[in-house]
Design a protein around this ligand. Structure first.
Ligand SMILES: O=P(O)(O)OC[C@H]1O[C@H](OP(=O)(O)OP(=O)(O)O)[C@H](O)[C@@H]1O
Ligand code: HPA
Ligand SMILES: [Mg+2]
Length: 176
């Protein structure tokens, strides 16, 4: 695979500022209500690790693994469930933690699956909201950073499984 040419879009410091702000908003809204944080693997692993350390109320953490991009830069449209939750969410306050909402297809499939399990509430926190390629009209309840089009990597986001470990978020220039 050729090396991508990367341009800094959001620094680690900017991401940290947004994670702290999101934590404050979530703390204010949930107060002492217990949350089940649902991280969507793999992309959200760094975001949920940082976000959960900003949260002050009682919470538990579980993960789902959904995938549709593989080695492409556009959604295949087929949202594959590779790992389900291990806990029941019935009657619980669920907060989904996503790294990015792009076409919206992953979130649409996810919310459909989770709503059927009758949680007390179901909200979404997304670090990145990329609106240019949205195919379904969905909004997150908590949004870190909004951006225009362009394929990004870093802070959990990959291209063909690489670059997830970068501390900031970068624009992959060949895909602009
Ligand atoms: O709004 P969408 O167009 O559906 O895109 C968003 C989803 O795509 C990516 O997952 P991916 O399929 O790449 O799996 P990964 O998290 O394991 O990288 C990303 O982590 C989101 O879950
Ligand atoms: O821009 C992106 N980068 C990495 N993964 C993604 N999944 C949806 N959009 C993106
Ligand atoms: Mg991916």
């Amino acid at each position: 695979m050729p090396e991508l040419k990367l341009k800094t879009l959001f620094s680690a410091e900017e991401i940290e500022r947004q994670v702290v702000r999101l934590g404050q908003e979530i703390n204010r809204d949930y107060q002492d209500r217990e949350i089940i944080l649902v991280g969507i693997l793999k992309g959200s692993f760094l975001f949920i690790a940082d976000l959960c350390r900003q949260l002050q109320g009682p919470l538990t953490i579980d993960f789902m693994r959904l995938a549709s991009y593989g080695s492409e830069t556009q959604s295949s449209g087929i949202i594959e469930l590779r790992k389900d939750l291990e806990v029941s969410i019935r009657g619980k306050h669920v907060l989904v933690v996503e790294d990015i909402i792009d076409s919206g297809l992953t979130l649409q499939s996810l919310l459909h699956r989770l709503q059927e399990r009758q949680p007390a509430s179901l909200k979404v926190c997304a670090l990145i909201d990329k609106r240019a390629r949205r195919e379904v009209s969905l909004e997150a309840d908590y949004i870190g950073i909004t951006m225009d089009d362009g394929f990004i990597v870093g802070y959990g986001l990959d291209y063909d499984e690489r670059y997830r470990n970068l501390p900031g978020i970068f624009l992959a220039e060949p895909f602009e």
